[in-house]
Ligand binder design. Sequence first.
Ligand SMILES: [Zn+2]
Length: 184
Amino acid sequence: MITLVCPSCGGQVECTDEGRESVRCPYCGSEIFFGASHTDAEFNNIRNANYQMEQDNLLDEKNRRSVKTWSVVRAVLIFLLAVQNYTGWLFIAIALKEENREAVKNGDFGFFILATLLIVGAFFLGLISPVILTLTRPNYNVVTKEEDKNAKVKAFIITLLINVLVWIASVTLAIISWKVFNIR
Ligand SMILES: [Zn+2]
């Protein structure tokens, strides 16, 4: 019989069938390698530790990638919100221009409708994107390399805050543009 120390949970795992290459830890379910003798077991305890470290690294890499992908998606959504909101408020000014007022009087609401769609769309994007990003945020902290149960809550609060700031900034920028480009 060989006794191994589980590299994952530290549990003592005994195996009577010495012909096997590996065994599952009954406490945590990790795969543990062992050899045919106690010397092999000693050696394999090191091998198991290395194997576990490798598994941890692979898992960390995978988690890092998913967090990174998520961050890129968030950046794109924030950028979309900024552009959409800015364009919408810019179009409001264009729609109110002297020469366009005639068109409105004649029943041509094209610019108004476009501006409204953009502004309302940006508003809903700003509300919906934090929800989508919260639901899709991986429960992983890249700094501590551990599972982070608060990751989703943090993602929601931060994204909502960013969206509010981006919304204010894009409206401000649009109003500045009205003056700079002498639209109104
Ligand atoms: Zn274990």
